[in-house]
Design a protein around this ligand. Sequence first.
Ligand SMILES: C[S@@+](CC[C@H](N)C(=O)[O-])C[C@H]1O[C@@H](n2cnc3c(N)ncnc32)[C@H](O)[C@@H]1O
Length: 199
Amino acid sequence: METIRGKTSQSLDFDGLRARLENYERVLLDLGTGDGRYVRFLAEQHPDWFIIGLDACRENLRASSRLDLTNALFIIANAQALPQELCGLISHVTINFPWGSLLKSLLIGEAALMSGLTQISKPQAEIDIYLNGGALVEAGSNLEAGTQIIYEQMNRYGWNVQIPYWIDCCVLQKFPTTWAKRLAYGRDPRARALRGTIL
Ligand SMILES: C[S@@+](CC[C@H](N)C(=O)[O-])C[C@H]1O[C@@H](n2cnc3c(N)ncnc32)[C@H](O)[C@@H]1O
């Protein structure tokens, strides 16, 4: 799979990844990580966790991936074709404010994304998904209806996801992603959240 550090791409195979993860019990994957701010935050707060940020867009990842964090890794890949090297390694998936094809795949329950998520997950893996209204409207839905659809899709594809809950402006202001900050100070400072575990 292709990893990135600053402007440099490097290939990392299954054994290479295993070696990097050797001393870490908890491995978190931030899917659609954007500029990787959330990965940086978690890696600094939890030196005993290994944090992986994945995004299809390499330009956004340049600054965060340049930092010298031994417990973080950035991967360039499409969410609908998750790298085989991640198979069975992930204990926690986060998807914060997805848009574009990532959001669409969640809404339609696209098999390529859903089966990839199952394959990369360890037993009892957890998932957290934060959704915002603007992206869902662009995708032809709205905040409440779109969240409900994604909730149903996740449960259909082998996750035990609980009833969606609201994220208010105060939580958004403190949530350490670039998109959370934009929303918090924008026109509609609310989000919906889904939390679950794999069955
Ligand atoms: C609104 S941004 C959110 C970024 C970050 N999670 C945050 O909270 O600041 C959505 C991100 O999803 C990524 N994305 C969209 N479709 C994707 C796909 N199919 N595979 C991987 N990343 C995707 C985009 O490149 C973008 O960085």
